[in-house]
Design a protein around this ligand. Structure first.
Ligand code: ZN
Length: 376
């Protein structure tokens, strides 16, 4: 019997959003459930999905982390250039040039991290997650070790191209495991929010395209196990909060007293002295728009690092409140994720034409379903 395990990743297609679009793969998917996500953004969720491990186990808890050996130290000179060089387009070109110069094969973006702050950070996603040999064990390593023929999307390609590529691979009929990567719903949700007609339009398109791939697979294979899932959901943004201004107002010196990374829904701090630790902690306790994730909480979320690699202190904004401006963008946008994994909008989605076991409750459990399907 010829079998295909078809795994379709849709970025940010949270369980709450899915519930609003019940036509999605209706009559194909017989089982659907919410999955707990992990603390962080897509670059942390994807390793959790591919490895079946939590952030503190796979070590990709965030894109940027404080390092004395930053490859970006020289970029401080750019902060003295006219502000033209700080525009988004220029940063994009620069990101591409750096990616090439440093040989990074993973996703790399400078976002809005100020040039004079970049030199304090190193970067986790240096390797492509979708080819064997990532810094953590992935399902692709598993396929190689077990001689399972697989197909994986190229994350650099547009969705149309990845749909075409997976279809071609299915038509050849040699693949046992197919990984289809569809990331662009995320951008639409960020830009327009969860209730926009553009979201419905996109989900209807995804529905059509996935049905199409599934139908083709069923013609070629005796059994097709279809799993469609996401990494997290999306929260509609209600307001921005200028956390950077609050911290700057303390009069501490960035780099000498502390280092901070302002992700859009979370801030992380590294302290160089006790005074900075005390002043920043006190200030954060005064802010009603977010809360500190203490050690107990980080351990519960399996994102605790003894050496403070990803931060001595994590500050999480309340759902819907965006740090604005942040190091990931200067403008307030309609949707954001990366809030506490217990937030309803953070829940990821798993749907399948197969029965989803009771034990599958977190995005780190998706890997178990893959191995189970491939073992049969
Ligand atoms: Zn996103």
């Amino acid at each position: 019997m010829k079998k295909l395990a078809l795994y379709v990743f849709i970025d940010a297609f949270g369980y709450e959003i899915y519930k609003q679009h019940p036509y999605f793969l209706k009559d194909i998917a017989t089982d659907a459930k919410p999955l707990q996500s992990v603390l962080g953004f897509t670059n942390t969720c994807l390793p959790s999905i591919l490895s079946g491990k939590y952030p503190q186990e796979h070590g990709q808890a965030s894109l940027f982390y404080y390092s004395d050996h930053s490859p970006f130290k020289w970029m401080k000179v750019l902060s003295f250039l006219p502000s033209f060089f700080d525009r988004f387009r220029v940063r994009n070109i620069l990101s591409r040039a750096l990616k090439k110069a440093y040989g990074y094969t993973g996703y790399f973006q400078l976002y809005s991290i100020p040039f004079d702050k970049l030199g304090y950070f190193d970067f986790t996603e240096k390797r492509d997650y979708f080819v064997p040999g990532a810094p953590f064990d992935t399902i692709f390593d598993y396929c190689v070790q077990n001689s399972i023929p697989y197909h994986a999307s190229d994350w650099r390609e547009p969705e149309e191209r990845n749909l075409q590529a997976v279809t071609e691979s299915i038509e050849e009929g040699d693949t046992a495991f197919a990984w289809l990567y569809l990331p662009s719903l995320d951008g639409i949700l960020h830009k327009y929010g969860t209730q926009s007609p553009k979201v419905e339009e996109k989900i209807r398109w995804l529905d059509r395209e996935i049905r199409n791939v599934y139908d083709k697979a069923r013609k070629k294979y005796d059994d097709v196990a279809l799993y469609v899932f996401s990494d997290h959901g999306m929260e509609d943004v209600t307001e921005g909060y200028d956390l950077i201004a609050d911290i700057d107002a303390l009069g501490l010196e960035y780099g000498k007293d502390y280092i901070a990374m302002y992700d859009s829904s979370m801030a992380r701090f590294w302290f160089k002295n006790n005074k900075a630790r005390e002043m920043i902690t006190r200030k954060l306790h005064e802010i009603d728009n977010g809360s500190i994730l203490d050690e107990e909480e980080l351990r519960r979320l399996k994102t605790f690092f003894e050496d403070g690699k990803f931060g001595d202190l994590f500050f999480m904004m309340n759902p819907g409140i965006m740090i604005n401006p942040s190091y990931f963008g200067k403008d307030l946008i309609a949707g954001m994720h990366g809030y506490h994994p217990d937030t309803p909008s953070s829940k990821a989605l798993l749907i399948s034409n197969k029965k989803i076991g009771e034990e599958i409750t977190s995005i780190t459990d998706i890997r178990k379903t893959m191995e189970k399907e491939l073992a049969q």
